[in-house]
Design a protein around this ligand. Structure first.
Ligand code: AMP
Length: 190
């Protein structure tokens, strides 16, 4: 199963991706987590990404495309993977299409978690208190939502045109949302 999780910041992509990865025994490839680890370890990649992340801006396309290009070639990704938080721009989606074509692979589904803005702000502020992520302050959250609406939201149309899009209602308990995702994936598999 090769799938990607789209959705605005705070939609629950990361949490749900972890659960579904466990179901299918496939790795979760989260560009956000890879970038946060690089910042923490003070690598060259981290140095390049840090300023963008702290401001709630997107890290340049070529940087994240390079990360994913390497990561999906790893042996643990040969049976499938979940791309969590990638692609986030049309440019990234096009790059992913050509990577997959080169590798003779195809995506099974692009899952979009649908959550209204007011609920997202509430959840993100909540997470800020719990995890202390540097990019979870109110002005940065607002910027991340704007970046999402301007740059990532157009991907819904992109994947809708290619017939891969499935939208999931992202309101409700974690368990309810997981159940909706599992049902959708069963439909995709059958
Ligand atoms: P996330 O954990 O997915 O919310 O990502 C946290 C931050 O990492 C984002 O606000 C961006 O600054 C950066 N980031 C993660 N994934 C991408 C991506 N696909 N393209 C550009 N920037 C990204």
């Amino acid at each position: 199963m090769k799938l990607l999780f789209m959705g605005p910041p705070g939609a629950g992509k990361g949490t749900q991706a972890k659960i579904i990865c466990d179901d299918y025994k496939i790795p979760q490839i989260s560009t956000g987590e890879i970038l946060r680890a690089a910042v923490k370890n003070g690598t060259e990649l981290g140095r390049q990404a840090q300023e963008f992340m702290n401001a709630g801006k997107l890290v340049p396309d070529e940087v994240v495309i390079g990360i994913v290009r390497e990561r999906i070639k790893e042996p643990d990704a040969s049976n499938g993977y979940i791309l969590d938080g990638f692609p986030r721009t049309i440019e990234q989606a096009r790059a992913l299409d050509s990577m997959l074509e080169e590798m003779g692979q195809q995506l099974d589904v692009a899952l979009n978690l649908d959550v209204p803005d007011e609920e997202l702000i509430k959840r993100l502020l909540d997470r800020a208190q719990k995890d202390g992520r540097k990019d979870d302050t109110e002005p940065v959250i607002k910027n991340r939502l704007k970046v999402y609406n301007d740059q990532t939201h157009p991907l819904i149309e992109y994947y809708s045109k290619s017939g891969l899009l499935r939208s999931i209602n992202g309101l409700g308990s974690m368990e309810e949302i997981t159940a909706r995702i599992r049902t959708t994936l069963k439909e995709v598999e059958s």
